[in-house]
Design a protein around this ligand. Structure first.
Ligand code: F0G
Length: 458
């Protein structure tokens, strides 16, 4: 009998979870000013806030931690890291960074000036913020079906190629110092991008002389979806699919906290040695010397091992089916689940679940908070608290395209029974869904407000 897609690992170390009462959770949420980012993790039972840096490392990675070479310059662990990145991505040059946003910051600060435009299928929050603080304008061009939670299509994370070319013609290629694509498309419900779309996006950018970089956090999950959903790739090994993906780009930014299954780390990889040199100079000022970039030697070692574990096909088969299972469980509980489920997370359409709450009162936050109160499950809003901002030209408020709640699944951490428990909490919450109220912001910073905003119930 073939082994089903259950956890292809067993548990060697466990971490105790604290069981809380409804009253304790109500106190925790009130003290957090209704912002789940401010709730102590101890008061969370199943933490689906993010899949970033929350994965469980393998025995091989922990062994790597012990072997880490902490030399300031030219550490052996750097050499391991460099060759792993070269082997997996095919890019010849790499710079380590402390995490994904460090990579974005170094790349954008080197290439992008105020008033310039950076297209992407959809920028994630930190990518958008790294451009906004430079006075640049991040433009999102996901295909329209990406914002349709019902359309059961294979590659809803794709770039809208027509709108991309139209934008470049309209504003002029000289105003676009770099073009991006994000795989998988985290802010569009973790949907994958097809190989054809990656190639065509690359062709368009290159036709206009624009360097093309991939925001590659979840490249392995994206490659797995290409294998599952594009019949031409059914028999192609994931490692080869990954190489083809990167072959279309001039480089990538990577948060290794996702598909390289480490708790901290990132990198920028390149084809152009001159660009690497320019960014290296900035890196030394901000992140650290070019052979550690803000990481310890042991972090580089764990990353080098994790990159290969992240592209293991047994692991990816489990990962996809585990996430899909949570989607089923939540659908059965009666929540409107974005279809199909993504690689790293299940997204619930809070706008539809809570029609009584308008976007300006954050239905996603309301739903996430209700679920936390119900059973200590922490999720995150990916909606208008995270993404609404005034239009740079008209000043009018642009709300997020969808009001979603993301149930992100840490890698190799929770079992199916944890996911079943999340479904039970959701079913309980559904019994009083009509009574859930919207929120208003009482205090928030200008940039990345969702992390530290304080809110009150209306
Ligand atoms: N790009 C994407 C698509 C991301 O999802 C993230 C992080 C980053 C860049 C930044 O990487 O956190 O290492 O600095 N996303 C996390 C999330 C935080 O919860 O989705 P980082």
């Amino acid at each position: 009998m073939p082994i089903p897609f259950i956890e292809p690992f067993r548990i060697k170390v466990v971490e105790k979870l604290k069981v809380t009462t409804h009253e304790e959770r109500a106190v925790a949420l009130a003290s957090a000013h209704n912002n789940l980012f401010a709730v102590p993790a101890e008061d969370v039972f199943v933490d689906l806030l993010t899949d970033s840096g929350t994965g469980a490392m393998s025995d091989a990675q922990w062994a790597g931690i012990m072997r880490g070479d902490e030399s300031y310059a030219g550490a052996r662990s750097y050499a391991h890291f460099e060759s792993a990145v070269q082997e997996v991505t095919g890019f010849p040059y790499v710079l380590p960074t402390h995490q994904g946003r460090g990579a974005e910051g170094m790349l954008f600060q080197t290439l992008v000036k105020a008033g310039q435009i950076v297209p992407n299928n959809r920028h994630f929050d930190t990518t958008q913020a790294n451009l906004l603080v430079l006075g640049a304008n991040p433009v999102d061009l996901t295909v329209p079906e990406g914002d349709d939670p019902q359309a059961d299509l294979p590659f809803k994370g794709n770039m809208d190629l027509e709108r991309l070319e139209d934008l470049i013609r309209r504003v002029g290629a000289e105003r676009i110092p770099i073009g991006m694509i994000t795989i998988t498309n985290n802010s569009a419900a973790g949907q994958p991008v097809s190989m054809d779309n990656l190639r065509q996006t690359s062709e368009i950018y290159h036709r206009y002389g624009i360097p093309f970089f991939i925001d590659a956090c979840r490249f392995a999950e994206n490659a797995w979806f290409i294998k599952l959903r594009d019949p031409r790739y059914r028999d192609v090994p994931v490692t080869k699919i990954v190489k083809e993906i990167f072959s279309y780009a001039d480089g990538c930014t990577m948060s290794a906290k996702k598909d390289a299954i480490v708790n901290i780390g990132g990198f920028i990889a390149f084809r152009d040695p001159a660009l690497k040199q320019r960014i290296a100079e900035r890196l030394i000022v901000h992140e650290g010397f070019i052979t550690y970039g803000g990481l310890a030697g042991r972090d580089l070692e764990a990353l080098a091992v994790g990159l290969f574990e992240g592209v293991d096909e047994d692991y990816l088969a489990y990962r996809e089916s585990h996430t899909r299972y949570l989607g089923q469980v939540l659908s059965e509980a009666g929540l409107p689940v974005y279809q199909p489920t993504g690689g790293h997370a299940v997204y619930v359409n809070a706008g539809l679940a809570l029609p009584q709450i308008p976007a300006a009162q954050f239905p996603g936050v309301a739903l996430a908070n209700a679920l936390y109160l119900e059973g200590g499950v922490r999720t995150v809003e990916i909606g208008s608290l995270m993404f609404s901002r005034p239009d740079p030209e008209s000043g009018e408020m642009i709300y997020a395209p969808m009001e979603l709640v993301r149930f992100a699944i840490p890698r190799r951490v929770y079992t199916r029974s944890h996911l079943e428990y999340v479904g039970e909490c959701a079913a309980e919450m559904m019994k009083h869904i009509d009574a859930i109220k919207g929120l208003r912001v009482t205090r928030a910073p200008q940039v990345l407000r969702h992390f530290t905003a304080e809110l009150e119930q209306i």
